[in-house]
Design a protein around this ligand. Structure first.
Ligand SMILES: *[C@@H]1O[C@H](CO)[C@@H](O)[C@H](O)[C@H]1NC(C)=O
Ligand SMILES: *[C@@H]1O[C@H](CO)[C@@H](O)[C@H](O)[C@H]1NC(C)=O
Ligand SMILES: *[C@@H]1O[C@H](CO)[C@@H](O)[C@H](O)[C@H]1NC(C)=O
Ligand SMILES: *[C@@H]1O[C@H](CO)[C@@H](O)[C@H](O)[C@H]1NC(C)=O
Ligand SMILES: *[C@@H]1O[C@H](CO)[C@@H](O)[C@H](O)[C@H]1NC(C)=O
Ligand SMILES: *[C@@H]1O[C@H](CO)[C@@H](O)[C@H](O)[C@H]1NC(C)=O
Ligand SMILES: *[C@@H]1O[C@H](CO)[C@@H](O)[C@H](O)[C@H]1NC(C)=O
Ligand SMILES: *[C@@H]1O[C@H](CO)[C@@H](O)[C@H](O)[C@H]1NC(C)=O
Ligand SMILES: *[C@@H]1O[C@H](CO)[C@@H](O)[C@H](O)[C@H]1NC(C)=O
Ligand SMILES: *[C@@H]1O[C@H](CO)[C@@H](O)[C@H](O)[C@H]1NC(C)=O
Length: 578
């Protein structure tokens, strides 16, 4: 991690404690400016710098609470100022999770962790694009809220806003339904009440993958915030306290939605070994402690990397393996055997690239996992691209290193418009970008039964939002109510920030989308309706309709039986199931 630490120092080379924001502010340029090829071959390339700037800007648009004077998103208002009132706490602030208004700790923590890790590696890219102050501000907005959400050692707020109520609301940020419920996980060892034994047991048996997430990211920021020792030590205290809570919860370790079933619909956790592993690893990094490192190894040994794993908010093992490789190559005092990790990581990557894994590459070039990619299809591919780039300097041979960066570039280029739709899947970054992100705030609509047409054109451009992505046949319909394809979310932007920062540092040529004709996406867009969780092609129809759809689906290569199997796998977000 020496390189990361250097990157960290570069990232925070400014001596003042909190970076002041540039004046005038960076604001996303009109999308048409991305059709201008850059004529010089210098670094940083201005198009990559703008992409990075836009990707961070998206997080400003997702802010909840009392917006600062420096707010750059003119159409956003202060909102949800009374969050936490139901539990007599101030839980205002933080970020809205996606196209709706819930605040969810688990995916937020993953998002910030991913961005911090990327900033440690490629911090210089943020500097070169003049985006470091915005990154700092973005991270603090999330961290400050996470600190509030962890008011005592044994309590962590994991969700604010009711998923059912929230799903029933489609409108602006001034009319968010109240009351908003604050859901916590806790360890009630010290709390005895007259509740039934059963309820007590449930409560006692609380662990959080949640805590792990928060923890990882907090420990990262310990390094990040070396400029401010007070903030750094606050973060470390929270990190260690959450880790202890997670490891030693009196009722044993469990996934957090056992205590907060309301979280299961949106962001249930499948297992927690991966969280414990990566949390212990980041703590080892932050504290230079071989004790944490060997705890990480123990947890890892209990749930090792499998070829079927992918890296996302619910599944960290591939990230842990790469982090182990990074740490055993540079922090040898902590223990571990680098070549062991090298072998493991390379066989995992090689099998994916050779299509010897659960994933396959679509005709258009996107790495796709049946089930996991059926919603937010770009996410597994971009997360892998990020890990491939992190790892490539450590590869055992030059050939492998090149294979990893090439595959990563293919996935990145796909996301930026090198795909059969000629669509760069980042809102507002090109005339070919999606026009209809599934965002209640940006749409300007208030009629939940007419999301697509009310209003016909979205009121505000949600600059920098990465949308879910196309289907397994590379088709993208750009329909506002089609949340599996068009919904943005905090975690979807994260890997692209990191990849953009790398390209700011290292790539003088333009991002792929500058080469597209301005009407390319309009020309390529499919007619008809998608076939996914928002527009079911095998449910809600008459028998005759189902048969017709089945025939069509089979004809286009989906297969009804596998289609049903995918549905059984869905665990990202279940909403708007009308
Ligand atoms: C690059 O050169 C082309 C052709 O000379 C010109 O049309 C375009 O505006 C230039 N782009 C920029 C960013 O200056
Ligand atoms: C960053 O700021 C410097 C100083 O204001 C300016 O010269 C440079 O062009 C900026 N770079 C980018 C990519 O915005
Ligand atoms: C913010 O408030 C203004 C009116 O003051 C309104 O026009 C705008 O739509 C609101 N923004 C959102 C996201 O609801
Ligand atoms: C602990 O968490 C459970 C589940 O969220 C909740 O029902 C209970 O009220 C909490 N206990 C305390 C003391 O707040
Ligand atoms: C360090 O961070 C803390 C907590 O955010 C803040 O109160 C303090 O003002 C910061 N110190 C400096 C010198 O900015
Ligand atoms: C868990 O509890 C044991 C026994 O009290 C203690 O030794 C250990 O340090 C605790 N683990 C953590 C991570 O706090
Ligand atoms: C970590 O600790 C070792 C001694 O155990 C020391 O040699 C090394 O410099 C430390 N590394 C960092 C980054 O603090
Ligand atoms: C984990 O497993 C590896 C090999 O499978 C072994 O070398 C290592 O000692 C184990 N570590 C721990 C802490 O159990
Ligand atoms: C490290 O792992 C490699 C490859 O698995 C093995 O050949 C080597 O003996 C191990 N080294 C040590 C010191 O255990
Ligand atoms: C940047 O590009 C150079 C030359 O292509 C390459 O050697 C280097 O490894 C790249 N850096 C990263 C972080 O990918």
């Amino acid at each position: 991690m020496t390189s990361s630490l250097f990157a960290c120092c570069i990232l925070f080379h400014v001596s003042s404690a909190q970076l002041s924001l540039p004046s005038p502010s960076y604001l996303p340029p009109d999308a048409s400016s991305s059709s201008q090829p850059t004529n010089s071959s210098s670094i940083p390339n201005p198009q990559w710098s703008n992409l990075l700037g836009n990707l961070i800007f998206f997080y400003d648009a997702q802010r909840s609470g009392d917006l600062p004077n420096s707010n750059r998103v003119s159409w956003r208002n202060d909102s949800a100022l009374n969050d936490g009132q139901d539990v007599s706490l101030d839980l205002a602030g933080g970020y809205y999770d996606a196209g709706d208004y819930i605040k969810a700790t688990y995916p937020l923590s993953f998002t910030l962790m991913s961005i911090c890790w990327g900033a440690m590696e490629y911090g210089r890219g943020y500097d070169m694009a003049n985006q470091t102050a915005y990154l700092d501000s973005m991270l603090r907005w999330g961290l400050d809220w996470l600190i509030k959400a962890h008011p005592s050692g044994d309590t962590l707020y994991v969700l604010v806003g009711d998923t059912d109520t929230d799903d029933a609301y489609w409108g602006g940020d001034l009319g968010i339904p109240t009351p908003r419920i604050s859901y916590q996980i806790n360890d009630t060892r010290h709390v005895h009440s007259a509740r039934s034994i059963f309820a007590e047991l449930i409560t006692l048996k609380v662990l959080g993958r949640m805590q792990q997430r928060a923890l990882q990211q907090l420990s990262l920021l310990v390094q990040h915030s070396i400029r401010n020792a007070t903030y750094a030590s606050t973060l470390l205290e929270h990190a260690q306290s959450l880790y202890s809570f997670a490891v030693n919860a009196s009722g044993g370790q469990q996934v957090y939605q056992n205590a907060v079933p309301q979280a299961a619909d949106a962001y249930g956790s499948s297992t927690f070994g991966d969280e414990l592993t990566i949390a212990a690893l980041f703590l080892a990094m932050a504290t230079n402690s071989s004790d944490y490192f060997s705890q990480a190894e123990t947890y890892y040994n209990q749930s090792k990397l499998s070829q079927d794993d992918l890296f996302n908010w619910d599944s960290k093992t591939p990230g842990s393996a790469v982090l182990f490789a990074q740490m055993t190559s540079s922090r040898t005092n902590l223990g571990g055997n680098f070549s062991l990790w090298q072998n493991g990581v390379e066989s995992y990557f090689d099998n994916i690239i050779d299509e010897n894994s659960r994933g396959f590459v679509t005709d258009g070039g996107l790495l796709y996992y049946n089930g996991d990619s059926d919603q937010a299809s770009l996410n597994p591919a971009l997360n892998l691209a990020m890990l491939l780039n992190f790892y490539s300097p450590l590869a055992s041979t030059q050939e492998k290193s090149q294979a990893y960066t090439s595959f990563a570039s293919l996935q990145l280029n796909y996301a930026l418009g090198s795909n059969p739709m000629s669509c760069p899947y980042v809102v507002g970054s090109s005339p070919n970008s999606p026009q209809n992100p599934h965002s209640a705030a940006a749409s300007g609509g208030s009629d939940i039964s007419n999301i697509d047409t009310d209003p016909p054109q979205e009121a505000y451009v949600l600059y920098g939002a990465v949308v879910g992505g196309p289907d397994r046949r590379d088709r993208f319909y750009d329909i506002r109510s089609d949340w599996p394809q068009t919904e943005p979310a905090l975690d979807l932007n994260a890997p692209l920030l990191t990849l953009a920062a790398l390209h700011v540092m290292n790539d003088s040529s333009d991002p792929f989308y500058t080469s597209l004709e301005p009407n390319a996406f309009q020309g390529a867009k499919p007619s008809g309706k998608p076939c996914d969780a928002a527009f079911p092609c095998s449910g809600g129809l008459s028998k005759g309709g189902k048969i017709a759809v089945a025939v069509v689906c089979t004809a286009v290569g989906l297969g009804v039986i596998s289609g049903l199997a995918y549905l059984a796998h869905l665990h990202r977000k279940k909403k708007y199931a009308y």
